[in-house]
Design a protein. Sequence first.
Length: 256
Amino acid sequence: MQSMKRLALLLIPISALIAHPMGNFSVNHYAKLEASGGRVNLEYVLDLAEIPTFDLLRDWHLERTSPRADLERGAAQQAREWLSNLKIESSGVPVKARFDSASLVLADGAGNLPIVRITAHATLEPPSTALTYEDFNYPNRAGWKEIVIMGGRGVTLKRASQTGDDVSKALTEYPPDPTLAPPQDLRAELTWTVDRPLIPDAPLKTAPVISAIPQPHQSPAASAPATMTSQGAHHGSGLRSLRSEEHTSELQSHHD
């Protein structure tokens, strides 16, 4: 009986360490590239588990209970830094991601530690209708790495390295299928054409050609999202949707 109690005590901290579905050391990436006329709208998201969130807040010299304005400022500055670590080119010409806004969500993780998700919105103005993209943030961290490519209003997407399927809904819902291998996409390519005014009998738009490209293999392989317990589900997933929203704060920071 005593040995069973000791075993139970040993198991408690182990189960608590899997609060983030991708593991408490993970850094999870998401990028949505939407071509729209002569520009590309970029939504860039990093979802940090407990350990990298702890490191990030320490680097900011802040805590989850710090004043809202300070957290907003930290998120905006961090988003700009992450955007600067993206290598984006158009026909060989570097393209800068112009920061538009950032939002920050802090949620409960394991061991009374927070987890953070920062979403940045940026605008790209490429000199041509072709774009290449590569993410160099946190190259040695395992995690979910998803890229979504879409053609917006006024353009026809001709070729893309990824589809428009948003599997994780911008890292807010990790699929509960344990057999699903997390995507590991950090590179993308797309080409598009700008639509002309509607012409009678013009051919209908066709679906883009999806042609996968090689991906970097710098970080460890990621495991499938954890689904065994309610602690193993991230905010936004079915298992953790009942958590009180009192423990989640959404902070908005917009570019002046």
